[in-house]
Design a protein around this ligand. Structure first.
Ligand code: ADP
Ligand code: ADP
Length: 235
């Protein structure tokens, strides 16, 4: 019952290329699950399977199932858009939209036709992303005018404003300096109180610092291909 997302990736293909096999990752509720392993082992591929991001990629095929709140998100009756709405995602490169800080955070709420107090919601998300104090006097400024670390926290605010249950982060600190990295790490530890968090990282130290459990991936090159697989789940 403490598993928020039971991710069973039996096989994940890009056209006829087998990128991932035999990877069962139980992502626990209100914990941080780290995905670690060498480049190309399929960490991002598994993460993008979880919110059906990969539906947008030609040739992608997921074989297996992912249970989320008791439903299989790969069931043919499930609308991938509704899955993405419940599972926020943050990428390696901070990618705020070229619009005001306020509108960046309001973006998903507007898409959802949120009718309540937008000001309050935006403030709440910015506070949760540990960015409010730095931006409260310049909410009209363009999101792109912020520093890299601030931009990444803005992207986190944008992802959490609609209050998804789960937040996926794909190498969220790889483009940041050590100080901004530490801020984001501290923020992740705060976020898990409210959300379930999964993070891809190639940084073992980072996984040790923040993750409650870690999925260790490897690459199998024995058959001439390069197929990633789960080696083990560990602390
Ligand atoms: P990691 O995140 O562990 O570095 P990825 O999930 O990005 O690994 O990639 C796993 C494998 O899938 C790699 O061999 C990569 O080249 C391949 N791959 C990733 N994205 C695509 C794509 N859109 N089309 C084809 N192959 C892809
Ligand atoms: P419960 O008290 O049974 O967890 P909730 O209303 O909080 O009831 O949750 C409804 C469903 O959403 C349950 O299936 C629960 O497992 C799931 N859920 C609740 N919180 C989270 C979370 N932070 N991350 C993922 N799934 C969650």
């Amino acid at each position: 019952a403490d598993v928020a997302l039971d991710c069973k990736a039996e096989k994940i293909y890009y056209s006829d290329f087998l990128a991932v096999r035999d990877s069962h990752v139980p992502i626990k509720k209100n914990q941080i699950t780290g995905f670690i392993g060498p480049s190309g082992c399929g960490k991002s591929t598994v993460l993008k399977s979880i919110n059906r991001m990969n539906d947008l990629i030609r040739g992608f095929r997921f074989v297996g199932n992912i249970h989320f709140h008791g439903i299989d998100i790969y069931d043919s009756n499930i609308d991938p858009v509704s899955v993405r709405r419940n599972i926020g995602m943050v990428f390696q490169q901070p990618n705020p939209f070229s619009m005001s800080i306020f509108e960046n955070v309001a973006f998903g709420l507007r898409l959802n036709r949120y009718k309540g107090n937008m000001q309050e919601k935006v403030e709440k998300a910015l506070r949760s992303a540990a960015l409010w104090k730095e931006v409260k006097d310049k909410l009209k400024n363009n999101g792109l005018s912020l520093s890299g670390g601030q931009q990444q926290r803005l992207c986190i605010a944008r992802a959490i404003a609609t209050e998804p249950r789960v937040i996926l982060m794909d190498e969220p600190c790889s483009a940041l300096d050590p100080i901004a990295t530490r801020q984001i790490e501290e923020l992740m530890v705060e976020l898990k109180k409210q959300f379930t968090v999964a993070i891809v990282t190639h940084n073992m130290q980072q996984a040790m610092r923040v993750a409650d459990q870690t999925a260790f991936f490897g690459v199998d090159i024995s058959k001439g291909g390069r197929t990633g697989y789960l080696v083990e789940m560990g602390p």
